[in-house]
Design a protein around this ligand. Sequence first.
Ligand code: UGA
Length: 430
Amino acid sequence: MDITVIGTGFVGVVSASVYASLGHSVYGLDVSEEKIKKLEQGKVPFFEPGLDALVQKMIAAKSLQFTTSYKHAIQHASVIVIAVGTPSAPDGQADLSYVMQSAESLAPFLKENAIVAVKSTVPPGTCQKVRQVIQQHCPHSQYFVVSLPEFLREGSAVEDTLHPDRVVIGATEDFAIDVLKKLHTPLSDTILVMTPESAQMAKYSANAYLATRITFINQIANLCEANGANILEVIQAIGQDRRIGTHYWYPGLGYGGSCFPKDVKELAAYARSVSMEDNLMVTISRLNEERIPKIVARLRKQLGGFEGKTIGILGLSFKPNTDDIREAPSTKIIPFFLHEGAKVLGHDPLAKEVARSYFRDTILVEDDKASVLANADCVCVLVEWDEYSTMNPQEIVKLMKKGAVLFDARDQWKKTDFTGLPIQYVGIGV
Ligand code: UGA
């Protein structure tokens, strides 16, 4: 089958290369010449485990090509996947302009019976809008517009796409359903067909539920801090209830990344737009935004202010196994330290270059974590990279200044492991 994926970000490049690996002939299309030139040489412009190798293999097998030409990529395609960005508009709703631009650009070249599948995260009602735009620019009316949400995680995007928990097809016409079912059958036994609106709500709800779960455990962690309970013991106990489970709610600085903050805000904005100002999503989004300022206040008190102090940050990416720093805790916490007169040293196993260009000369990104540990009055371990979590407490304390604060934002070590050692340990919910 000829497939075109529009947009060569995380979702686009991963989807294109996975479809190619199933034996289809795939085009990755983007308006950025620079990105396409790199991709043509097999260079993925961001880090994602296993992706470079898969892209290179598919290019060599001639199953995957990249282009900036809509005509070239659309005219033979049976399935066109729109995977462009949907940044947040100032009112918090999704800005659909890239989706609509793609729809307008592809419309003149659409062959009969082609399926346009919207994979970008968009609110219910978007498929009709896409259909209207295509209608104005397509010489025929024999095409389908469906929703095909993605559920991949950065850091395991290739695996998640090759082995998804489910594939959701939001479509009502039999032809489109049959084609998309056949396309995804090799990937999953669980293919769910529903209306485009349900598919779009399912995507938002999955992210919103996980974000709520994280916010919930962070709220419980706050209570534990006030009463001497240990959040990790609490999780262990409640997790034995099979309805609850111990997974996916380790506490921290709140959820980050390019998806949860944006998707919850969009759902909150959507709730407000339909006069549901008291919707839970409005509160979840607010609590997540308030989390880092509250934790900064705790550290400020512990250190007696940040003026003249050196703060070390271990973990600049938004989570392990990625160099993505969008909505990373580092990008939210560091400005407080800088604004209040501290010097900041940072380290990250993978995101050094991305962080250097993001923070420029406001912080010093070290190549070696030992320099951060040795020179800081307060070391904040923000991300649970293996490179950090495998260090033992003695090793850490040996490197740190006497009396310095170790802020373990991911509870990677036990508070009791530091008892009697010459540093001050601060965890979350412990
Ligand atoms: C998330 C979802 O997990 C994917 O299913 C979804 O497809 C994707 O968004 C998307 O909409 O594209 P991702 O943003 O890559 O994927 O990251 P997660 O691993 O889910 O983590 C999100 C945030 O929650 C991170 O800041 C992470 O540190 C935080 N988190 C996660 C916690 O604070 N505690 C946890 O227990 C788990």
